[in-house]
Design a protein around this ligand. Sequence first.
Ligand SMILES: Cc1cc2nc3c(=O)[nH]c(=O)nc-3n(C[C@H](O)[C@H](O)[C@H](O)COP(=O)(O)OP(=O)(O)OC[C@H]3O[C@@H](n4cnc5c(N)ncnc54)[C@H](O)[C@@H]3O)c2cc1C
Length: 488
Amino acid sequence: MLTLRNTRALSTKAPLLQRRILVASPRAVAGGQFQHANFSNKTPVRTATHPRQAAAAVPAAAGYQSITATTPPASPHSPQNNILAKLPTPALLRNLLIQNVSAIPPVLSFFLFFLKRYSNFITKAPILRQALYYFFYVHYCAGATKSEIGRTVEDLRKLGYKGVILNYAKEVEMPGLSVKSGAEKVAQAQALHEQQVGQWLDGTVKGIAYAPAGDYVAIKFSGAGTRVVDMLEKNHVKPDDIFADALDKVCEAARQKGVNILVDAEHQCQQAAIDRWTMDMMEKYNKGDNVVIFNTYQMYLKASPSILAQHLATAESRNFNFGAKIVRGAYLGSDPRNAIHDTKADTDAAFDAAAEKLATYHTASPRPSIKVSTVIGSHNATSIRKIRALRQQQASAGQPVADVVFSQLMGMADELSLSLTEADTDAGFVQGDCGVYKYVTWGTMQECIMYLARRAEENRDAVACARDSRSLFWNELKRRWSPATKRA
Ligand SMILES: Cc1cc2nc3c(=O)[nH]c(=O)nc-3n(C[C@H](O)[C@H](O)[C@H](O)COP(=O)(O)OP(=O)(O)OC[C@H]3O[C@@H](n4cnc5c(N)ncnc54)[C@H](O)[C@@H]3O)c2cc1C
């Protein structure tokens, strides 16, 4: 019988504070337009006019200024915009329910214990299954079939988001070997490796097929099984032929569809191999106008700024486009503490500096010959507003606008994601300047259950800081149900 021994999915156990946002990438600009690479060899670019550049009345700024000097005052919940007005009432109610349950630690702890311990029972008992489905699964997950995922993506687009980052929840089964030694053990381990990589490949290729062209699919190398984890931890220079072949198939499918692959960052002990393998994939697939492959940089690691600088230099010297997702890092509780910045403030500074470096790379003199595309994976409103401001400065100055997009997890930080789709006149932000992509997990309820448990855990961490957020949701609910609003 197979036992789930080691299942690693994107673990975002670290506190997700209530101010959550993801920023996405700026695209190369030409003649007042910035291009959004389609990453397809057929139709290489989709274009959009930056609203700031389109507005003839907007005076050009004197030139690029440091974002630290010009970031507008933080007002993540801009009073001028009723940012939650677009959110459907069921989503509003689910947000409130989850936030309020999360605010009572014993209730949340009991829920988490029950979810993890009795997941099989819950997904089979009709009433519990329905409750889990409506209150959690629908809130955090996209569905399990192409049509369900398609509907979720459509609903998200109606809210003003550009698209999604699709992530398959299923975790590869990691059974132990039944034979202890000898040739039989070797053969069994090989068969298991092929089976695990096959499962991983199958799920990843399905995700690419379900993702709209131009959107993203997130992959995790450690999800491909025991031997891949072992190769990562032993820092193999290259993956073996079986996994290398699977990676090629994934990249090729993504290139043909025009979907972008985001390689997740994982535990620090695996990261050197993940970086090297991903850079090899970038070199092969990020050619011409394409930026198919993105590596992830965890800016809580002290080493990340120099690794990022080295990778940019390598991309430039070997002439391939560079895709980067930057995050703060999710393994605060398990990565070696001495490898991580001593304080949160240091992590914040490293994150903002990396975002600025990537978002201004294309304006260097002489102009670099490669494209740099960036995905900002963060729920931190302050960091996101800095990059939003920087891009607006670039547009106002008539410079090419950085190819940056923003991303937050589906079901979380909706107030921040929605605020990015709106203008903010206090801060001088115009509507339509940001590409916002929700990070959406797909799979059956059984496959998503550990992912749901992680989201619940994050809510426990986040809730202490979520008071503003809860009152925003309450106020919106009261507004909707007030007699005056109903009459209007
Ligand atoms: C779309 C998306 C994709 C993601 N992909 C990945 C991924 O591939 N790999 C990955 O590891 N994570 C990933 N994450 C999670 C991410 O790394 C963070 O854990 C999470 O987003 C919280 O950080 P924040 O930027 O939202 O902001 P905040 O809530 O402001 O920051 C919290 C983070 O700050 C850091 N921190 C907290 N306390 C300290 C301290 N005392 N000292 C130093 N640093 C501290 C930790 O990284 C913590 O997670 C992703 C998140 C999103 C939204």
